[in-house]
Design a protein around this ligand. Sequence first.
Ligand code: H76
Length: 476
Amino acid sequence: MKKILLCMALSLFLLKVGAQGSNSSIIPLKYGAQYSGKRTDEAMNKWRSNRFGQFIHWGLYAIPGGVWNGKTYNYAAEFLKSSANVPDAVWDSLVYQFNPVKFDAKKWARMARNMGVKYMTITTKHHEGFCMWPSRYTDFNVGNSPYKKDLLKELVTAYNAEGIDVNFYYSVLDWHHPDWRYDIKTPEDSIAFSRYLTFAGNQLKELATNYPTVKAFWFDGTWDNSVKKNGRWTYEMEKMLKEVRPGVIVNSRLRADDFGKRHKDSNGQLMGDYESGYERRLPDPVKDLAVTKWDWEACMTIPENQWGYHKDWTISHIKTPVELLEMLANATSMGGNFLLNFGPAGDGTFRRQEQDIATTIGKWMARYGKAIYDCDYVEMNKQDWGYFTGKKNTNQLNMIVFNTPVNGLLKIATPKGMVLDRAVFMGGDGQTLQLEEVSKNQYHLHLPLKLYDLPPVIILDFHTGDAGKKYQDAKT
Ligand code: H76
């Protein structure tokens, strides 16, 4: 008996030391991450293989387009109500002007397909509170505009017909709803805000139920204290959506845990299915550790910080198609998705610049999309000429080349045990490019010197093996 007790005491002691030793004391959470690691089910694999998506910000803000009473506001056009201090009733009356007479869902979907995106994420409701579908929970919706029709349904149908997945952006922050609160400071706030959360939950259930092909929910406007104090609601929403629509994907931005920790819970686990915090930037491969642990997506604007339609695009740098392609390649090379934003005008058309960007990107994707779709981080360091991508478990790598050196030599460093065999242009005539082994795990690829109007992609065949004893390490 004594022996048993001693044993028990000892193992308890060891357990404790073990836990402390590995610094893994786990904080008990009711509303933390619902699972750990990457999802590997079919829906998530599809989401991941899509890699390139179109973000669409469209709402009442598209009508004034960043200009109010003759004054241009440089801040994000979808924030105009707030930047120009427009009274609620005045802003809300824009609903009577919402009539996109040139809107053609099929045309939008064709443009997206030609650009090469595999998914589209649309603002069903932005901060202004206007709903792009005829929600039964508020009158402030497209059904009460002169347009009348269910715009969301038209888009879902048209994009799905082009083979493009549709995801729903939903802002929890709502400037229109009387029960919205930024913080909960009084019992009245608490009562009002819980009414708001019921409303939002109803709307989310309505969206998940009425649009059965929806693939993911993209939450936004969740950073205020009111939401942080309602981690339970965010937990329940993730659960509810997955029950109503099995396989559906939810971004990390929705979630807060018991202590108001967002994106990652108090134990450092990602909440939701992928990290969506990379906004107008790509993650740092080292600091953000994005390439190894979690699925993720970066979202990007074409101007500096305009999501909704802004009339004046001279107020910031406009990214070129090649700059955007570089971000897409970079994201793919780090195992993430890239969501590129478009802000159609109030009449339902895309500005010329957006159409041209879509055309150029589409031209590149048609030829080189194989280096993006279904591609991943291939455990190779980034190199001077550009980005490696590849499919897991194959003997091929793609080099997406953005920097062409004056001497025409692309320097490639391979990890130990990888021997390069052959290099050809993707979508080219199949002629091999000269690949010269110059040192241990160092190669020069001889790139034909010319001006490349779009970044070329080179396919490398390799095998695992030893390069031999040809190269000696220096003795120092
Ligand atoms: C701030 C903010 C919002 N989050 C971006 C994705 C846009 O919707 C912008 O309005």
